[in-house]
Write a protein that binds this ligand. Structure first.
Ligand code: MRU
Length: 356
């Protein structure tokens, strides 16, 4: 998608470096960063310079390419794979991408290993773009249906950033919105601010602005009253891990939006590529939920009057804060899953029908 009118992807490989857009600087500064080593790739995931389930998967895949450039010994590769998987535990795409790479690379001791790794990492990215595009085509039908009944702007609430910045291109939750906009359907997005890191305000609103899509940032607790007032036609969110039974793990706060949507009879959709499905875990309580540094809550970053990015403390120094990054929305509150293969019920039956 576009930034200042120029097409970008969120990650690419050039001259033996991995190039990323440093998302910790957005929306104030647009900085392209070079990742030069496996350590750079791991730090970039941990610090959330790259974030969003599909994108951290792709970064991990390219991280293994960088590991091979540094040292093509199999034990170094195995240790790099383990370090990548533990860098952010909740999004299954990360482990999925590392496992897929390691299936191709384990035991390969020839000078072809680098070429195989680069091709597979590229393939992971190309596939994600295709899947996200298909999610858009499938989700567009739902937006169109609402528009055909309403014949007025479709108001869509989303949480966190499940936009193109969280993927390689298109996004998951935003892909149907981009497709609707391109088709001339009037859409307006309520972007949940998404404390503590403000991905909704800093990233979703930013990327929608760049594509000329109307949006309004709201505080995380505003969705409920907007739904009661009839100002939300549907919700679309992304996910970091969806279980085979349809339970959806996503950015903390998603669950509360789903409860409010259920109470107000507003459709609540989750958009995901199949790389986000965890076919193994049966009970959502077994999903590893990332707990991040409490400083993300107690401090905020923004521009000062000179235009420099500054971080300031907003909580009492003595107070403790807790920062769970994700929650789980039970399948019963999910109207449907929008995938690359079609839209299905959030259930084992629904998912299995699509992904035999
Ligand atoms: O902590 P983040 O910013 O990586 O969390 C991202 C989300 O929760 C997204 O909704 C999810 O990864 C879906 S991405 C298309």
């Amino acid at each position: 998608m576009r930034i200042k009118g120029k097409e970008y992807r969120t990650i690419w490989f050039e001259n033996n470096f991995v190039k990323i857009i440093d998302q910790t600087k957005l929306p104030h500064l647009f900085v392209i960063k070079n990742l030069k080593s496996i350590e750079d790739a791991i730090n970039s995931i941990k610090k959330m310079e790259v974030r969003g389930a599909p994108l951290i998967g792709a970064t991990a895949a390219y991280g293994l390419v960088l590991a091979i450039i540094e040292n093509d010994d199999q034990s170094f590769l195995k240790k790099s794979a383990e370090d990548l998987i533990s860098s952010r535990p909740t999004a299954i795409n990360l482990k999925w991408a590392v496992d897929r790479m390691m299936n191709k690379l384990s035991g390969v001791n020839s000078d072809k290993i680098l070429e195989i790794a680069i091709n597979e990492a590229k393939e992971i990215c190309e596939e994600d773009i295709k899947f996200c595009e298909n999610i858009g085509i499938n989700g567009l039908k739902i937006i169109e249906e609402i528009y055909n009944k309403k014949r007025d702007t479709v108001n869509i609430l989303t949480h966190c950033n499940a936009g193109w910045l969280a993927t390689i291109n298109w996004g998951t939750a935003t892909s149907p919105i981009y497709h609707a906009h391109k088709k001339g359907i009037p859409v307006h997005v309520w972007a949940d601010e998404t404390r503590p890191r403000n991905q909704g305000a800093n990233l979703t609103s930013y990327e929608l602005n760049e594509e000329g899509i109307k949006n309004t940032i709201i505080a995380d607790n505003t969705g409920g009253i907007l739904m009661q007032r009839g100002e939300v036609d549907m919700c679309i969110v992304g996910t970091d891990r969806t279980l085979a039974n349809g339970d959806v793990c996503n950015k903390v706060g998603t669950y509360l939006k789903a409860l409010a949507a259920h109470d107000n009879k507003i459709p609540f959709y989750v958009a995901l590529p199949s790389s986000t499905i965890d076919w193994n875990i049966k009970n959502h309580k077994d999903i590893p939920i990332e707990e991040r540094n409490s400083e993300e809550l107690s401090h905020v970053e923004g521009l000062d009057e000179k235009g420099d990015i500054k971080k300031i403390q907003i909580y009492p120094k003595k107070s403790k804060a807790m920062n769970l990054a994700f929650d789980v929305t039970p399948a019963k509150y999910v109207t449907g899953l929008i995938t690359e293969k079609g839209v299905c019920e959030a259930s084992e039956k629904g998912l299995k029908e699509l992904f035999k």
